[in-house]
Design a protein around this ligand. Sequence first.
Ligand SMILES: CC(C)(COP(=O)(O)OP(=O)(O)OC[C@H]1O[C@@H](n2cnc3c(N)ncnc32)[C@H](O)[C@@H]1OP(=O)(O)O)[C@@H](O)C(=O)NCCC(=O)NCCS
Length: 213
Amino acid sequence: MTTPSLFSDLLSDPAGADQTLLSLLPPARPASHGTLITYFKRYKMEIDLHDLPAPQLPEGFHWVAWQPTLSELHADVLYSSFENEVDALVFTSLGERAGCRALMNELARRSTFIPAATWLLAQDDQPCGTIQGLRERSGVGAIQNLGILPQYRGRGLGIALLLQALHGFRQSGVSRTVLEVTAQNERALRLYSRLGFRRTKTTYKAVSLNDRR
Ligand SMILES: CC(C)(COP(=O)(O)OP(=O)(O)OC[C@H]1O[C@@H](n2cnc3c(N)ncnc32)[C@H](O)[C@@H]1OP(=O)(O)O)[C@@H](O)C(=O)NCCC(=O)NCCS
């Protein structure tokens, strides 16, 4: 059994671990075969795509449209955006650079991938944000991962990137878009609510603290 590095760091040396991250880990319960399971509360949210405001970018920032050669760049921004964030505990792939690269490749290969809802945000030559979009079987759009590098946060870039993707969904014929957010992720929740996303469902994601990598 291997324990993912984030968990093993937190569990083997709680005193030395990042206390913010540690505080985000819900209490674990023993399950069968000695497995420790914890449950993260998640909200499903949705928005109708009419009357969307145009995204506003500060000077010096620009959009980079999806092309397959950008997959690794998206993955690297994804990794650095989610590093030490709660979703890197919820989804193992987000906590590892290789996991982010595999995730991006997998998303882009899907027939439901929407290039028009997948964007990099950059300042000059420096990428600083990523978002990806899929179409669910029902025809509804599904935001995958919105990430802004830590040093670029609090300037409205997260909202702008989300709006840019929502316009891309609409241009692709999608009229409603959903996303899922971990309940502890208050910053993301505030951002989604401010934009008009409504909570539609609460789920609990079981995460095993053992036997994952
Ligand atoms: C969630 C996330 C994308 C937000 O990105 P961001 O660029 O900081 O978002 P914004 O700047 O648009 O909005 C965040 C805050 O900045 C404020 N803000 C917006 N424009 C601003 C400006 N021009 N000047 C100062 N502050 C501003 C907003 O009011 C908001 O404040 P609040 O958090 O107190 O409500 C980012 O924190 C992130 O990447 N987190 C890690 C990955 C993650 O959890 N993603 C979501 C998964 S569901």
